[in-house]
Design a protein around this ligand. Structure first.
Ligand code: NAD
Length: 454
């Protein structure tokens, strides 16, 4: 008898399926609290209600429209993400939040001018019922705004106590089973971590002492984590990204994520830059400029708030392109980012990019992008996905930094010894592999040798 002979060469990967994670059911009501109820927050709330009423579709939302491949390609198992993992349903969501102006969600959505007036008017009955609670605010941290509807006290400890009481009251009055809190407030001035952020003990003393290094966004983060509620930070402010609050999140077993919703120009950068790098095309310069006319644009017109945003936007290319590994290609890039406040444009931002690239033998080429985008239209589905995924994380017993949600951020939070992953496609794989892992499915490696083995 002829002996079976196996072809030499690599062996197919043998994967071991992980044990599925125990995940508490998603039943009951999920309260979504928004700190800052401006353009992004109201576009999100109105959008969810429009989808619930069947008058619009949740384009841009991975939780609502995305699918996930499971197992080998021949298995053809590609469920919708919302059918694969136990997420709360849109009908279970209840909305609330804080602002420094008393406008209802209807008035704020109408002012923001993101959605067409007729669409906002069609949802008036619902949106008018959502009134913000008084915000914790100090103009030193957002110079361009003069909030009139604020917690009376100037004591940061009292802000924290009031916000914690607000959270409890909202939960009770709305019969919520669980809550998540998302910062959709304005970008605060640039702050660097100091000793007051080093430990939770120092931070709590800082609250009592009204330490200047604790801005309102940090007090919201503290209130959420202290109350055991998952927290996401949609702006580039430090907020929860300091050792004191990370430590508190670990102690209280609270998942947190941030920072700065990845929309518009940075989204384009994290789509394009990995492609240039994959093909080893060099980059000499990347000039990005924006004109923006909404309240966010006005706030960012202040150099101190812009600095916070600029840091968040500039980091992206360095991490993706790894100039230390590719000095010839990316060692000398001129990367410039500008935002100009231009009121006539409203929320419909225009982002221009001029990219000077070079190829074979160093021959130069140019790429021009003119992205006529709608900022809040890009941000709203991110808020939805984050609310649902953070709630999932909490029910699955995940706490601390949720790196698998980097997909949504301009400045993803990571463990102190790790650099952030900015490449949108790696981020997407990380997110989907995390869902597979939670549900006891194999990781997708894209190796594919198994299809060609004897
Ligand atoms: N695509 C996007 O729109 C996008 C992308 C990334 C990040 N962001 C960030 O998301 C945030 C919201 O953006 P927006 O377009 O909705 O801005 P916006 O100005 O329309 O809304 C922000 C709201 O926060 C309120 N606010 C400010 N400080 C507050 C406080 N301490 N407490 C409670 N409310 C407070 C303001 O009154 C305002 O209503 C901004 O920080 C922005 O930089 C937006």
């Amino acid at each position: 008898m002829k002996a079976e002979k196996r072809k030499p060469g690599p062996k197919p990967l043998q994967q071991v399926r992980p044990e599925p994670t125990e995940i508490a059911p998603a039943g009951g009501k999920l309260g979504v609290l928004l700190a800052g109820m401006g353009a992004v927050a109201t576009t999100f709330i109105a959008g969810v209600e429009a989808v619930r009423r069947g008058s619009a579709k949740p384009f841009g939302s991975l939780t609502q429209m995305g699918t996930i491949r499971l197992g080998g390609r021949p298995e053809k198992r590609v469920p919708r993400i919302k059918e694969f993992v136990p997420l709360a349903d849109l009908d279970q969501l209840v909305f609330g939040g804080w602002d420094i102006f008393p406008d209802t969600a209807y008035e704020s959505a109408a002012n923001a001018g993101v959605l067409e007036r007729v669409q906002v008017d069609g949802l008036k009955d619902f949106l008018d019922g959502i009134r913000p609670m008084r915000g914790a605010f100090d103009q030193r941290y957002v110079k361009k705004l003069n909030g009139t509807y604020v917690i009376e006290s100037r004591s940061k400890r009292e802000w924290a106590n009031q916000l914690i009481a607000d959270i409890e009251k909202f939960k009770r009055e709305n019969g919520c089973d669980r809550l998540v809190l998302i910062w959709c407030g304005s970008t605060e001035v640039f702050l660097e971590p100091t000793a007051v952020h080093a430990s939770i003990e120092a931070f709590e003393k800082g609250l009592d002492a009204n330490d200047d290094a604790i801005p309102p966004s940090m007090v919201y983060a503290y209130a959420a984590i202290k109350s055991g509620i998952p927290y996401a930070n949609g702006a580039p402010n430090l907020s929860a990204d300091v050792p004191a609050l990370l430590d508190l999140a670990d102690r209280n077993e609270v998942p947190i994520t941030g920072k700065d919703f990845k929309t518009g120009q940075t989204l384009m950068k994290t789509i394009l830059a990995p492609g240039f790098k994959a093909r080893l095309l060099g980059i000499q310069g990347w000039y990005s400029t924006n004109i923006l006319g909404n309240r966010d644009g006005e706030v960012l017109d202040d150099p101190e708030s812009f600095r916070t945003k600029e840091e968040s936007k500039l980091g992206v290319l360095d991490y993706i392109l790894q100039p230390e590994l590719y000095p010839d290609l990316y060692g000398d890039i001129s990367h410039v980012v500008r935002i100009n406040y231009y009121p006539p444009r409203g929320d419909n931002k225009e982002g221009w990019d001029n990219i000077d690239i070079f190829g074979w033998l160093g021959y130069p080429m140019q790429i021009k992008i003119d992205f006529l985008c709608r900022d809040s239209i890009l941000a709203a589905p991110i808020v939805l996905d984050l609310a649902l995924f953070l709630d999932l994380a909490a029910r699955a017993g995940m706490s601390g930094i949720q790196e698998w949600l980097s997909f949504y951020w301009k400045s993803p939070m990571t463990a102190p010894n790790l650099y952030p992953e900015h490449d949108l496609f790696i981020q997407q794989m990380k997110l989907k592999n995390t869902l597979r892992h939670l549900m006891g499915e194999e990781q997708i490696t894209h190796l594919g040798l198994e299809y060609y083995a004897d």
